[in-house]
Design a protein around this ligand. Structure first.
Ligand code: SF4
Length: 286
């Protein structure tokens, strides 16, 4: 019984933002025994989110997996650098459809399987990748860390003919990556001394870098995305999500998702932000 296994093993006192309310994992599980007693319908989603769907215009079909970010379900954390990068609150997991109750519930069910029934999780994931690979051939790309930052090399190396890609805030994951079918983009954050230091190292090493700007380029936004950062030209990483098709050492901007102009304008005064703001931009241009 999956449900009982989770009740016996999960960190039931974790507080989860569930449909706009803070609820314990225990309550979420107990309120929906039948649901959590079943296997997830799928681990990978195809064509269900605004960003990866954009890759379809260049004929890339993306299978993306959404797990519970950082320490949402476990103190051990699924995003080792999230505290130092200051990205937990602004994570995509809270934005748009992903932040809705039914999506959070599905994310929890998937993550419980990953945490407490790993063999079942791995088998299910491998089967889905295989099926998608038969269906889409070399048009397929797989992003396993939609809302996590986990080392899935043990899965990726089993599918040498499938293109995988991810963004990561963990610099050594980029520098140590030896897998030819795995493209990793370093996700820059000026939030802490440590993350800034890692970001500068990533620039020096000429890694591919994604930089999130505190703007949606809408009428009320005063932050303008510059042409260059760290002396290098910036391209758009918003047009598609197919990072593996970018030139090596590209620096790309991402605009901020799921926020109001007022929130963005207030955050523009903050230097220690995960985003590039008006307060920290100048320092990053030298
Ligand atoms: S590392 Fe990525 S997935 Fe994890 S909390 Fe930060 S933004 Fe979210």
């Amino acid at each position: 019984m999956l449900y009982q296994h989770y009740i016996d093993n999960a960190e039931l006192d974790r507080q989860v933002m569930f449909g706009g309310e803070n609820v314990t994992l225990e309550k979420i599980l107990k309120d929906d025994k039948e649901y959590f007693n079943k296997l997830p319908t799928s681990l990978l989603s195809v064509g269900s989110d605004a960003k990866t769907v954009k890759s379809e215009k260049i004929e890339v079909k993306t299978g993306i997996m959404y797990l519970a970010q950082a320490d949402m379900l476990t103190k051990k954390t699924l995003c080792a650098f999230a505290e130092l990068a200051g990205c937990k609150n602004d994570c995509l997991i809270h934005a748009g459809r992903l932040g809705m109750k039914h999506a959070t519930r599905a994310i929890i069910r998937r993550t419980l399987l990953y945490l407490y029934q790993r063999e079942m999780f791995d088998n299910m994931l491998k089967n889905e990748i295989m099926k998608l690979s038969f269906e889409h051939g070399d048009k397929l790309a797989i992003r396993l860390n939609g809302t996590s930052d986990i080392d899935f090399d043990y899965i990726i190396k089993e599918f040498k003919n499938v293109q995988f890609y991810d963004y990561t805030k963990i610099l050594p994951r980029v520098s140590n990556n030896k897998l030819k079918n795995y493209d990793l983009t370093y996700s820059f954050s000026p939030y802490s001394k440590k993350s800034l230091q890692h970001g500068r190292e990533a620039v020096k090493q000429k890694f591919k870098i994604a930089v999130a700007f505190n703007t949606k380029n809408s009428k009320g936004d005063t932050l303008k995305i510059p042409d260059k950062l760290f002396g290098r030209k910036i391209v758009s990483f918003d047009d598609t999500d197919a990072r593996f098709l970018d030139k090596e050492s590209s620096i790309g901007y991402l605009t901020r998702k799921g926020s109001s102009v007022n929130v963005r304008q207030a955050e523009n005064k903050i230097k220690d932000s995960f985003f590039i703001t008006e307060a920290n931009l100048k320092e990053l241009q030298v």
